[in-house]
Design a protein around this ligand. Structure first.
Ligand SMILES: Nc1ncnc2c1ncn2[C@@H]1O[C@H](COP(=O)(O)OP(=O)(O)OP(=O)(O)O)[C@@H](O)[C@H]1O
Length: 246
């Protein structure tokens, strides 16, 4: 993926070769500017790769977007302040023309999935940052896409809230069987959440390591103290270091 800019071409991604299986939880980790967001945007059909091939559910990213294959969660919750939480969550459903009764039923279901039952009538400013981020996840789940693309959704939250949301996200992934592609800067977050960790190097962004996690699917927070966890974290760190030396 090369961007043409006034200062010449920017090679954002090069020789990226990756397969994500249905139901996987894949994290992308790498230094700032290595193309993590660009990669998610390519999957989402928001950028068109200048070379290579990319398919999502066997379709072009554009066709997959039209088939509502994914929900996208951004770093900032991005909720409209003049809409209630329920109003925000059902916005994509309104745009897609879902009937009112079905919208209500879906909003209730996804708010309960993210542990926000009873908060539908509140406004975003009445919720904590963590709750707002959960609402934005609910919004991405509302139309029941198979794939969740998450771009550093918890990056702006403090560590305690982040830990809780990590646990909740794992629970949600286990219950729903979604395929999740998750961008993060945090090694512990990547190791805790993922079945596969993709380590990337700086510009032009390349993949320096793909780590299949050996951790069990059920993961209490204290798994982070286990030897296995520490070993995987070490390998991620090595991959990041190797990327800098290329
Ligand atoms: N629309 C664009 N036009 C020109 N260059 C771009 C564009 N989008 C991204 N880039 C460049 O591509 C590279 C990768 O950017 P990207 O935002 O994907 O990195 P990132 O790994 O997500 O970074 P961060 O961790 O800081 O969010 C950067 O050098 C960026 O400046």
């Amino acid at each position: 993926m090369t961007f043409q800019t006034n200062d010449g071409p920017v090679h954002a991604l090069r020789n990226v070769d990756l397969e994500i299986e249905k139901g996987e939880f894949v994290s992308f980790i790498g230094p700032s500017g290595c193309g993590k967001t660009t990669f998610l945007r390519c999957i989402a059909g928001l950028e068109t790769p200048t070379g290579g091939t990319l398919t999502v559910n066997g379709m072009s990213p554009d066709a997959a977007r039209q088939a509502r294959a994914y929900g996208y969660v951004f770093q900032a919750a991005g909720l409209y302040p003049w809409r209630t939480i329920a109003g925000n969550v059902q916005l994509p459903l309104e745009i897609m023309g879902f009937p009112k009764a079905e919208r209500q039923e879906r909003v209730e279901r996804v708010l309960s999935l993210v542990d926000l039952e009873g908060f539908g009538g509140k406004y975003p400013w009445q919720l904590s940052g963590g709750m707002q981020q959960r609402a934005s996840i609910a919004r991405a789940l509302a139309f029941d896409a198979d794939i969740l693309l998450m771009d550093e959704p918890f990056g702006a939250l403090d560590e305690i809230v982040r830990d809780r949301l990590n646990e909740e996200l794992l629970g949600l992934w286990g219950r729903t069987g979604k395929t999740i592609a998750f961008v993060t800067h945090s090694i512990p977050e990547a190791v805790f959440l993922s079945t596969k960790i993709v380590v990337m190097s700086p510009r032009p962004g390349r993949i320096t390591d793909v780590i299949e996690s050996s951790l069990p699917k059920e993961r209490p927070l204290d798994i982070r103290d286990s030897a296995e966890f520490i070993e995987i974290a070490h390998r991620v760190r090595e991959g990041l270091r190797a990327g800098h030396e290329i």
